[in-house]
Write a protein that binds this ligand. Sequence first.
Ligand SMILES: Nc1ncnc2c1ncn2[C@@H]1O[C@H](COP(=O)(O)OP(=O)(O)OP(=O)(O)O)[C@@H](O)[C@H]1O
Ligand SMILES: [Mg+2]
Length: 326
Amino acid sequence: MKIAFVGKGGSGKTTLSSLFVRRLATARLPVIAVDADINQHLGVALGLTEAEAADVPPLGGRLPLIKDYLRGANPRIASAETMIKTTPPGEGSRLLRVNEDNPVYDACARTLSLEGSDVRLLATGPFTEADLGVACYHSKVGAVELCLNHLVDGRDEYMVVDMTAGSDSFASGMFTRFDMTFLVAEPTRKGVAVYRQYREYAADYGVPLRVVGNKVHGPDDLAFLRDEVGEDLLVTLGQSDWVRAAEKGRALPLAELEEANRRALDVLYETADGSYERRDWERYTRQMVHFHLKNAESWGNARAGVDLAAQVDPAFVLGERTAQPA
Ligand SMILES: Nc1ncnc2c1ncn2[C@@H]1O[C@H](COP(=O)(O)OP(=O)(O)OP(=O)(O)O)[C@@H](O)[C@H]1O
Ligand SMILES: [Mg+2]
């Protein structure tokens, strides 16, 4: 299950991503946590020291390795150099599984012990606004998009991505790659404005989107979010002393999180799990092809010097049971 946390800067994306990852770890489910935000804070939120977090090898710095591995023996992709962030898998490509060892995880992942369970952490590495945008050939966040487009995940396997709500994800199609997107919003006009923008993009592509209210203090905050967001409002979390303590470096077990906030995490988990029924791998494959063709035409072909539309394998459908080379 591919789950994204998006929202305005400072809304609580990283905090909620990390709480959700812990919730999954409590249930002993295999999880890969991915830090794909401009500000890289997920590692620390998951308990690493600043130094340890800074030491996680950035996916953005391992793109040639990632591309070469994923390309495998796919005859439509001549070289790693011609592979762009939207290049879709086809026959001969190597696919990724959540619960396996592979050269990509070997090169980039750190394994953390959370709630008595092992969780892998991947990070794009820090990026700036200049790294973003459709014309970015070596976009750092592009490594995550490649991984998502090659990931065959089952019901009880999770990739949780702490993401920005912005330009790059809309241009490349990254925002369409998730079984569920949780938009974190504080009860403020700006928080809700980001939701509206996201909803517009999401609606065109049938992207499942729910709003998670955060730092909701009382009935007035709740009423504001209900008014502004309506039925998309899934659940809310309050101001949390547990989170404050964690920020001071005194992380407690998840069992000690405030009960109302724990219940909210249960709702997130049930909602994520429930989205499995609406999975449609054919549509998922179609959308990646759509965005690939769009990127190829707008900048990729010119950059690569070849027609990248030829990378599309028309008969290929990604899926849990898609065969791949040994
Ligand atoms: N429910 C909460 N209770 C208490 N503090 C919270 C809560 N949610 C978030 N915070 C605090 O608010 C601040 C911003 O949260 P966080 O870093 O998760 O936001 P973000 O959306 O990831 O921000 P950025 O855009 O900078 O990445 C942090 O100091 C965090 O500890
Ligand atoms: Mg963050």
